[in-house]
Design a protein around this ligand. Structure first.
Ligand SMILES: [Zn+2]
Ligand SMILES: [Zn+2]
Length: 226
């Protein structure tokens, strides 16, 4: 009996350790002035767009940014993440970023938000609009919306503590296409210079495709700006 109890104790102990470890492996943590952002990147669809699950470690509340494809996988990842998701946010209206939004909304009942000028790309009515200066409270911190047109007229970037989600406006070492309907090269350059760069060199950039970067890195080395 005594051995059995000891084994039970050990089993419980290892289960707890395992759970805590999995939880920490699951997310990346970005630390910024004492505030942390939890972040998980999922590369979805055949165009390989970045979908992000992000959240506040204190309150375990979060949002999904750009659910472009693979709805079942995104739902699975949200469930695994332990976060309570509050919103589905779309950086712009292109299908590789919004492809799963309606399905995800139907399953999760979460509101989908996009800039009004890009809502025409959606095949459904969004639940609300993102606009420049809008602040969305998630847990104990605030997400700020920056209108960054140029790739599309209603493109936005989403700024959270220490991080900015730039959609197809700014990539590591490059910028988004401006030859698609509604695209405007000069507006894109202005958006990056006036809205994204002032966030500060140490802020990490999480773009809609490809790897992450920092504002400092892009300011110094991105051929479109340096
Ligand atoms: Zn796009
Ligand atoms: Zn894209």
């Amino acid at each position: 009996m005594e051995i059995y109890e000891k084994l039970q104790f050990l089993r419980r102990y290892f289960m707890v350790v395992l759970k805590v470890r999995c939880f920490h492996i699951y997310f990346n943590y970005v630390n910024h002035g004492g505030k942390k952002t939890m972040l998980k990147k999922l590369v979805v669809g055949f165009i390989q767009a970045n979908c992000y699950i992000i959240g506040c470690p204190k309150t375990q509340e979060g949002v999904v940014v750009d659910p472009g494809d693979e709805t079942a996988r995104i739902v699975d990842e949200i469930t695994r993440s332990t976060l309570t998701i509050r919103y589905i946010l779309l950086t712009h209206g292109h299908f590789d970023h919004v492809g799963s939004a309606e399905e995800l909304r139907d399953i999760t009942k979460l509101p989908v938000l996009i800039h009004d000028l890009d809502s025409r790309f959606l095949g459904f009515k969004p639940d609300g609009f993102l606009y420049d200066g809008l602040q969305i409270q998630i847990g104990t911190y605030t997400l700020s919306v920056l209108h960054t047109p140029g790739h599309t007229p209603g493109g936005v970037s989403i700024h959270a503590p220490g991080v900015v989600f730039t959609g197809d406006t700014l990539f590591a070492g490059s910028i988004g296409r401006t030859d698609l309907p509604g695209g405007d090269y000069h507006r894109l350059i202005e958006s990056v210079k006036k809205k994204i760069f002032p966030l500060g060199d140490d802020v990490r950039i999480y773009p809609g495709h490809g790897p992450a970067s920092t504002i400092g890195q892009e300011r110094r080395t991105n051929p479109f700006f340096s």
